[in-house]
Ligand binder design. Structure first.
Ligand code: A3P
Length: 287
């Protein structure tokens, strides 16, 4: 099936129609934030699920009840997804935790008025590409990636879900309300998860004892999270996501692009990256 069959063009970017029917996009447009909401923002395949584990554990002071009993998509729901409309989010007690893949300029009016806390997770785009290439092949609601060289062009031109990685990252880095935003990368979390959890907890004004931080970081290690049925997508029927083709929690490493891209593809990627990111001052962990 093609883009026309599976995607809706929303504010200039593709969103999968199955997950984001018009009523859920409208729901998000009209959503009212609270100042103490926490919003995890990511370009897909950058560490969303990881953060959906870490943040609830921090906010509960290390109590694992929510990560053991609630699926990640109910625990930290995507505001633009069909389930958001039925979860009674308006009645959830504060502080509520949400996720979104929206670009900065796609955020609804209430976001700019209320300015809730945002954790923006970034990942080396070559690894985002690699993770996406495997993931797109497993789902029935995304256009199949096709040959790698074809998918590479689509990815670099933003003809994939939630649009261009470059626009996404640049939009959020240039956000006017950046004092409410914590920027963190997948690579920093791989390098030092304990330090990352500590910094996230401080940003969320929830300082924790060292041993609680230690426990959270241990729980959120790839090998442990992979066993959590509430976070590893094993509850999703195979018709929608066939994990026999590639697991959702697939490798969980930084630099897997080296096993995926040819030298020519990596060089091409770097050239596009250099051009598109030439005005960006932010020092990325992967550069
Ligand atoms: P890979 O496909 O490279 O393994 P998202 O949740 O945004 O869709 O991102 C999915 C990516 O994050 C996958 O990358 C997945 O394995 C990785 N991931 C999820 N939990 C992780 C963890 N605890 N540690 C490291 N990587 C993790």
């Amino acid at each position: 099936m093609t883009e026309a069959d599976l995607y809706t063009l929303y504010k200039g970017v593709y969103v999968p129609s199955y997950l984001h029917p018009p009523q859920s996009l409208k729901y998000y447009e009209e959503f009212t934030f609270r100042p103490d909401d926490i919003v995890i923002v990511t370009y897909p395949k950058s560490g969303t699920t990881w953060m959906q584990e870490i943040v609830p554990l921090i906010m509960s002071g290390g109590n694992p009840a929510s990560v053991e009993t609630l699926h990640n998509w109910d625990r930290v729901p995507w505001l633009e997804e069909h389930r958001a409309c039925i979860l009674n989010l308006e009645r959830r007690p504060s502080p509520r935790i949400f996720a979104t893949h929206f670009q900065y300029n796609m955020m609804p009016a209430s976001y700019f008025k209320v300015k809730p806390k945002v954790i923006y997770v970034m990942r080396n785009p070559k690894d985002v590409f690699t993770s996406s290439f495997h993931y797109y092949g497993t789902t029935s609601f995304l256009v199949k990636p096709g040959p790698q060289s074809e998918f590479l062009h689509k990815f670099l031109n933003g003809k994939v879900m939630f649009g261009s990685w470059f626009d996404h990252v640049k939009g959020w880095l240039n956000a006017e309300d950046s004092e409410c935003i914590m920027y963190i990368s997948y690579e920093e979390m791989i390098m030092d998860l304990k330090d990352s959890v500590t910094r996230i907890a401080l940003f969320l004004e929830k300082p924790l004892e060292a041993e609680v931080i230690e426990k959270i970081a241990e729980r959120c290690l790839f090998k442990n999270m992979k066993q959590n049925k509430m976070s590893n997508y094993s509850a999703v029927p195979r018709d929608y996501m066939d994990q026999t083709k590639s697991e959702f929690l697939r490798k969980g490493i930084a630099g897997d692009w080296k096993n995926q891209l040819t030298v020519a593809e990596a060089d091409y990627f770097d050239a596009v990256y250099k051009d598109k990111m030439k005005d960006v001052k932010y020092k990325f962990a992967w550069d």
